[in-house]
Design a protein around this ligand. Structure first.
Ligand SMILES: Nc1ncnc2c1ncn2[C@@H]1O[C@H](COP(=O)(O)OP(=O)(O)OP(=O)(O)O)[C@@H](O)[C@H]1O
Length: 635
């Protein structure tokens, strides 16, 4: 049984604040003045984006908002006339009759306002999806086109995550933010102008009363926000516990390790600490609210005092006092709405900033288009003293490797874990550029060729093949879109030599079965079955350069033998003879390879046929002997 002072199961007690939350912290730290100063840039970005998607709707949105605000102001001024008519010195029926035209104007202004509100909603409803789609598409297009190496850079990945997800959402919400800002500022101006028209002294007094109220609501909002950030790491841990307690992928070990109760206890512990924070926040908010109310009370008292003085000394007619009170209420609401809109736009502006940086950074990392085409069927691949260091790493994964691969050859890459085999495969296929040295396909330096023309001619059977959430058939054919196979000869060849035929046969809808548990009728495969699908995909692609990275690690012995025979056959059929590179730890499978390259710590250590390398008595001979001796009879 776990004790209460045992270390937590999920991470350490004080998890580091996630980087994305740093933005929110800056929002909190900023004063209102700073937020106001960033407004033009934030509003400018949203308006420009909206304009680029639909200039017509953008203009329409601006017009309906401004007109709607003006109609409100007009209605408020008309109210003054109603009071004037009602409070004049005349018999009551006469006063009522006299007030009717002004009442009609007020009612009409309300009706027009209602219509304009509907127009605002309609225009916004039409503009928002367009804006979201444009923003979404721009960012997806930008990220999907960057070169592969960018995804090795943690900073870029973080930028892509924040910019794509939060950036697009911020653009969406800031459209509302701009709209709210426009209407609340117009409403505020309307109330102030009305008050100033009644008496110049009323405007500043009215601002004073409204400001106290707005201060209190802004303060409570900030308090809530700070609380949210303070609890963010705990909330994250709660989500993680929720995930590990319910996710299918962990279900087996969860049960086998009898982790249900400890996980539940962890969940309760985190929930309780969150609950305590929640109560503390409520108490703090109540105090701030109380102070806010007192300030508002004081502000309102001053406002009424000034109003009373103005009435007392005859500077303001009694008939206009009602309108003044109404304007006071309106100004208060408008000011607190303005503050809310400014704060929300300020927060959005950070994420929109990320979005813009992501677009610029993706453009910078886009594979250059030089117009130079790589040979579609290279006779040889030459690596000229290449070194490669992963972004952010100190030690190179490959050091000054030079070698030549020739068409028709099957070359095996051998070496211990981490020796650089997979990395070498990525470089000779042009997926990653070398940090030093050059890779040539015939006489074309891949650094100068259009990446697309290189990648069109490679097939990579990955160590952990992608599990495409598509049908079983498409999982194989997706590697060869747009290239016909009318007789299905390539298909038959690919599924038989990989063993995928048996997988397809076992599925309820054969090749039409959807392979993803995300869909209700979807099916999942075993590790070995997925691997067979990956091999079939690689062979079906029928490319001039094939790299198979531990293709049979999860296969049974019979399937493995079949795959190696298949790969050998595929190296001289289909597209014609190709360059085949095999990465494997099972040395018995590569005895027949034309050449074996042995890597150690990123250096090409040995090179030759199986017999030559065994004869040489180096690392390969040692590794082979370890594996072979396991099958020999003990003397
Ligand atoms: N994405 C990466 N980012 C940083 N370093 C990496 C990355 N991938 C591999 N490395 C490092 O580069 C070196 C070579 O890795 P590589 O995957 O090429 O080895 P390998 O020979 O294929 O290993 P294995 O037999 O385990 O598959 C290792 O030191 C590894 O830690």
């Amino acid at each position: 049984m776990r004790e209460s002072n045992d270390p937590p199961l999920i991470g350490v007690e004080n998890i580091k604040m996630p980087d994305w939350a740093a933005v929110d912290q800056r929002v909190i730290a900023a004063g209102f003045g700073q937020a106001v100063r960033t407004m033009p840039a934030a509003v400018g970005t949203v308006v420009r984006l909206a304009w680029s998607t639909s200039p017509r709707l953008t203009v329409l949105a601006a017009v309906v908002h401004v007109v709607s605000g003006c109609v409100t102001a007009f209605g408020l001024l008309a109210t003054a006339n109603v009071f004037t008519a009602l409070l004049q010195e005349a018999p009551t029926p006469q006063r009522v009759l006299d007030s009717l035209p002004a009442i009609a104007v007020v009612v009409t202004s309300y009706a027009v306002r209602a219509l304009l509100d509907t127009a605002v909603a309609a225009v916004e409803g039409a503009l928002k999806p367009k804006l979201t789609r444009a923003a979404d598409e721009a960012v997806t297009a930008a990220v999907i086109r960057v070169e592969l190496l960018a995804f090795e850079d943690a900073d870029f990945r973080e930028l892509a995550r924040q910019g794509a997800r939060y950036g697009v959402r911020a653009i969406e919400t800031s459209l509302r933010g701009v709209a709210d800002l426009v209407s609340s500022v117009i409403a505020l101006l309307a109330a102030l102008v009305t008050a100033a028209l009644l008496n110049p002294w009323l405007a500043p007094v009215l601002l004073l009363a409204a400001a106290a109220d707005a201060w209190a609501s802004a303060k409570v909002a900030k308090l809530r926000y700070r609380h949210f950030l303070d609890t963010v790491s705990r909330n994250m841990r709660k989500y993680v516990v929720e995930e590990v307690a319910t996710y299918r992928t962990l279900a087996l070990e969860r049960h086998a390790l009898t982790l249900q109760e400890p996980l539940l206890a962890e969940y309760s512990r985190i929930s309780e600490s969150l609950m305590r924070e929640e109560s503390k926040l409520e108490q703090q908010s109540n105090i701030v609210r109380l102070i806010g109310r007192a300030a508002r009370g004081a502000g309102t008292a001053v406002a009424y005092l000034v109003l009373g003085l103005l009435l007392y000394n005859g500077s303001l007619a009694l008939a206009l006092a009602g309108t003044a009170v109404l304007a006071m209420g309106r100004a208060s609401t408008a000011l607190s709405n303005t503050i809310k809109a400014v704060n929300s736009l300020y927060e959005d502006s950070f994420y929109i900033g990320y979005y813009r940086t992501l677009l610029a950074e993706s453009e910078r990392r886009r594979a250059p288009v030089s117009g130079l085409t790589a040979p579609s069927h290279p006779g040889e691949i030459r690596l000229d003293s290449i070194s490669f260091t992963y972004p952010g790493q100190d030690e190179p994964a490959l050091r000054e490797v030079s070698l030549t691969l020739r068409r028709g050859e099957i070359v095996a890459l051998v070496g211990e874990n981490g020796s650089g085999k997979t990395t070498l495969g990525k470089l000779l296929t042009g997926l990653y550029p070398p940090s030093e040295g050059a890779v040539y396909w015939d006489d074309v330096n891949l650094a100068e060729a259009d990446h697309r023309t290189v990648h069109e001619n490679i097939a990579v059977i990955a160590q952990n093949p992608a599990e495409w959430p598509m049908t079983a058939g498409t999982n194989i054919t997706v590697g060869r879109l747009g290239r016909e196979d009318p007789e299905r000869t390539a298909w038959t060849e690919a599924i038989t030599s990989s063993g995928a035929d048996e997988v397809l046969e076992s599925l309820p809808l054969k090749e039409n079965t959807v392979l993803s548990k995300k869909f209700s009728d979807g099916q999942d495969l075993s590790g070995g079955q997925w691997q067979r699908m990956g091999i079939a995909r690689g062979i079906y692609r029928d490319a001039a350069v094939l790299v198979a990275d531990e293709p049979t690690a999860a296969l049974d012995a019979r399937a493995e033998a079949r795959v190696f025979a298949g790969l050998q056959h595929a190296s001289t059929t289909g597209h014609g003879s190709r360059i085949t590179v095999l990465v494997t730890h099972r040395l018995a499978n590569i005895r027949n390879a034309d050449r074996i390259l042995v890597l150690e710590k990123g250096v090409l250590l040995e090179e030759g046929t199986h017999d030559e390398l065994v004869e040489a008595g180096g690392l390969y001979a040692e590794l082979f002997e370890i594996q072979a001796s396991a099958y020999r009879k003990e003397p």
